[in-house]
Design a protein around this ligand. Structure first.
Ligand code: IPE
Ligand code: IPE
Ligand code: MG
Ligand code: MG
Ligand code: MG
Length: 294
């Protein structure tokens, strides 16, 4: 199932880039840069989770393809900007040179900028007609909130401000909830909103999604200092060298792992309580657990 979801989003992204980059004349370079990072692969977790929540609530995969692509497009923007010299200053992403290493800082900055509206455009222009315009408006609004100063940007600002400082745990949770959690929340709620589920379910899924966002960033903090650059496909030990505040720097490696495992348990319990069975979510947890070890 995960493979099928992944192949579906890969193919659709390729097709959309081909279609939209046509006749771009003197600005074709921006499409090269935008598609470079977006099509480099990655786990495609956000798209996979969007499809899976859709499946749980009986949405056809075709109805979610534009949303799933928009998630990966926004993710690519966040990675390109996160890697810029003025942010985390990283040279390697998804096993390849970062966007600014290939295209230069100016084009990388502009590619990130251009990816944000591109994702919104895909949702609006490519979601099948049978999905109501009210639902699409709601989803695009969520997408814009996620991209902006109440979403990823909020978390990234707090992350940058915390560099080299000792911040309290609420501040750390805020960073993780927004810089990483905002996009997972969008992914999960998109699937549910296309299915037009009732607001009580949206509320439960919001708790689930917020929790997933934090556990995923705790996972990322852990592997940053336990895996090699080759295994990560991005520079190892980056958080320590940049004096980032992470769950590992705040709690130590062992306790960070305990926190990760307890967040996984909490998430499993939420789905169980909702009577939802999902092999895909189980496979995702197992994939993360395998990388972390005990
Ligand atoms: C990396 O996300 C950035 C974080 C939010 C930690 P992923 O680990 O999902 O990156 P890809 O998409 O697989 O490259
Ligand atoms: C990711 O945080 C947040 C983003 C919005 C991309 P990190 O800075 O830890 O992500 P990586 O480790 O560079 O992928
Ligand atoms: Mg960062
Ligand atoms: Mg980074
Ligand atoms: Mg990281």
């Amino acid at each position: 199932m995960i493979e099928n979801y992944k192949n579906t989003v890969e193919k659709a992204l390729k097709d959309y880039f081909l279609e939209y980059s046509k006749n771009s004349s003197y600005s074709s370079l921006i499409w090269e840069s935008m598609s470079y990072t977006t099509l480099l692969g990655g786990k495609r977790l956000r798209a996979i989770m969007c499809f899976e929540v859709g499946r749980i609530f009986k949405v056809k995969i075709e109805d979610l393809i534009p949303c799933a692509c928009a998630l990966e497009v926004m993710h690519a923007y966040s990675l390109i900007h996160d890697d810029l010299p003025c942010m985390d200053n990283d040279d390697l992403r998804r096993q390849k040179p970062t966007n600014h290493k290939v295209f230069g800082e100016a084009i990388a900055l502009l590619a990130g900028d251009a990816l944000i509206p591109f994702g919104a455009q895909l949702i609006i222009e490519k979601t099948p007609e049978k999905i109501s315009k009210t639902t699409i408006l709601d989803i695009v609004n969520d997408y814009l909130i996620c991209a902006g100063a109440k979403g990823i940007v909020a978390g990234q600002v707090a992350d940058i401000e915390a560099e080299g400082k000792k911040i309290d745990i609420d501040n750390l949770k805020y960073i993780h909830k927004y810089k990483t959690g905002a996009l997972f929340k969008l992914a999960i709620l998109m699937g549910a909103k296309i299915a037009a589920v009732e607001s009580k379910i949206i509320d439960k899924l919001t708790v689930f999604a917020d929790n997933f966002g934090v556990l995923f960033q705790v996972y990322d903090d852990i592997i940053d200092c336990t895996l090699t650059t080759e295994e990560l496909g991005k520079t190892a030990n980056k958080d320590e060298s940049s004096k980032k505040m992470t769950y590992v720097s705040a709690y130590g490696l062992e306790e960070a792992k305990n926190i990760f495992y307890s967040l996984v348990d909490k998430n499993r319990a939420i789905l169980k309580q909702m009577n939802i069975e999902s092999k895909v979510f189980d496979d995702i947890y197992n994939m993360l657990i395998k990388k972390i070890g005990v």
